[in-house]
Design a protein around this ligand. Structure first.
Ligand SMILES: O=c1[nH]c(=O)c2nc[nH]c2[nH]1
Ligand SMILES: [Zn+2]
Length: 437
């Protein structure tokens, strides 16, 4: 790939605004020198152009260029069941999610679903995703093939369970280990793919299944781990009954040896102080999925308590409990919900929202050296927001007092339709206006 100097208004958060006031970096007439898919220099356009006059310029002025979004919790098999509103978690799983998940036993169907799913992610500007895969190894294979074809940075794995779902979704510890091992050997570290060991949740995973997961984590010390925790009050109660010896929900994973810096647990709406302390101490991250939490009536996320304990938090869309792939929408919903919590909530600025949608996700996945900001040395994973003329967001962008105000408006009212281009590793993967990339 020949070098390119991108000229744009760009914003990023190489540091956390939760710990570094003034963490939002804004370059109104900025330049990003990209070669081999990697950012070589990052700063003001005029200085970079003067230093590299021979490098062709890609003019992206007139919108905002942001690091690609990082979705830390999203379900492959649920893209076609988005919108099952009005049910609590366990009823929603039974009525909406699981019947569809069973259909992925058919690899042809699974491929079509994977294509819908990937189109949704890229169309929303998501460049890296931690993906809850399918219960069927064949569908996970198909997903990795399709993800490689479109270029997504996918961290994904086979979902494993052995009780309380539907028979066709159940496996055994022996099969979970054998299929997981084969998938890891086929996909982990191949191109942009990484593997995540994925017991669905302790409600559907016996101690035997969790032990099989732990065996994979030990044998392959670089694969990631993901699951759900403390999402719904009834779910927490059932898990307590299934693991009478466990101190709490986290302990069901902890006793199996699954809680570490390689993990991301989704939701955690009802944690104890002990659980927060252990998550912080082990460096295990939490994926906050505010649209899903609202749609399923699961509850409010205690962000202030997570921050006070020192737990890494990032954003997840949780499609299809969530309502779509846009991390702009997740950021807005997070902002709304924290506002509605009053004193217990955290007032989230545009800088916080950008951080949660980008760099925080990279940190949660242990990918912060590669993606999440526009610092030199990072992959050029980017999303260009440029609303179509005549839209309300276009009016705000043209009249915004500052790029930070434009960023706030992007979270308040931006949608995938406002995305003009998406790059992963310097490659264009999505273009609204053909021929512009
Ligand atoms: O939001 C959720 N979506 C799911 O598919 C799921 N499975 C277990 N727990 C879950 N929570
Ligand atoms: Zn989920």
């Amino acid at each position: 790939m020949t070098p390119v100097l991108y000229r744009a208004t760009f914003l990023h958060t190489p540091e956390s605004p939760f710990t570094h006031p003034g963490a939002l970096r804004v370059h109104e007439d900025g330049g990003l020198l990209v070669s081999g898919g990697v950012i070589q220099a990052s700063g003001d356009f005029a200085a970079l152009h003067a230093a590299h006059p021979e490098v062709p310029v890609a003019d992206r002025r007139g919108g905002l260029l942001l690091p690609g979004f990082i979705d830390t919790h999203v379900h492959l098999p649920q893209v076609r069941v988005i919108g099952g509103l009005g049910l609590p978690l366990l009823a929603w799983l039974e009525e909406c999610a699981l019947p569809e998940e069973a259909r992925l036993a058919n690899p042809t169907y699974a491929r079509a679903v994977a294509q819908d799913f990937l189109a949704g992610l890229l169309g929303a500007g998501t460049t890296t995703a931690l993906v809850f895969g399918s219960h069927f190894a064949s569908a996970v294979d198909v997903f990795f093939e399709e993800a490689a074809r479109v270029g997504l940075r996918a961290v994904a794995g086979q979902v494993v369970s052995d009780r309380l779902l539907r028979d066709e979704l159940h496996t055994t510890p022996e099969r979970a280990y054998a299929e997981g091992k084969a998938l890891i050997e086929r996909w982990h570290g191949v191109g942009r793919a990484l593997y995540a060991v994925t017991p669905r949740f302790s409600l559907s995973a016996s101690e035997g299944i969790l032990a099989a997961c732990a065996a994979l984590m030990t044998e392959f010390p670089d694969v990631r781990f993901t699951s759900h925790i403390n999402e719904n009050v009834r779910e927490v109660e059932v898990v307590r009954g299934l693991f009478p010896g466990a101190r709490d929900y986290l302990d069901t994973y902890e006793r199996a040896g699954l809680v570490s810096h390689r993990g991301v647990l989704a939701h955690n709406l009802h944690p104890s102080d002990r659980e927060l302390g252990v998550l912080a101490e082990r460096g295990c991250a939490v994926a906050h999925c505010p649209c899903s939490n609202s749609a399923l009536g699961s509850g409010f996320f205690p962000l202030r308590r997570h921050l006070a304990a020192g737990v890494q938090v990032a954003l997840g869309s949780d499609v299809g409990g969530g309502t779509g792939f846009s991390l702009l929408k997740e950021g807005l919903q997070a902002h709304f919900m924290q506002n509605l919590m009053g004193e217990a909530g955290v007032l989230l600025s545009p800088a916080h929202l950008l951080y949660l949608a980008t760099r925080a996700g990279a940190q949660a996945l242990g990918l912060e050296a590669q993606v999440g900001s526009f610092e030199p040395g990072q992959q050029f994973d980017a999303v260009h927001l440029q609303p179509l003329p005549g839209t309300p967001l276009d009016a705000v962008f043209r009249h915004a007092a500052s790029p930070e105000r434009a960023l706030a408006a992007a979270f308040a009212t931006g949608t995938p339709a406002d995305i003009a281009g998406v790059w992963i590793g310097g490659q264009p993967v999505q273009a609204r206006v053909q021929g512009r990339l």
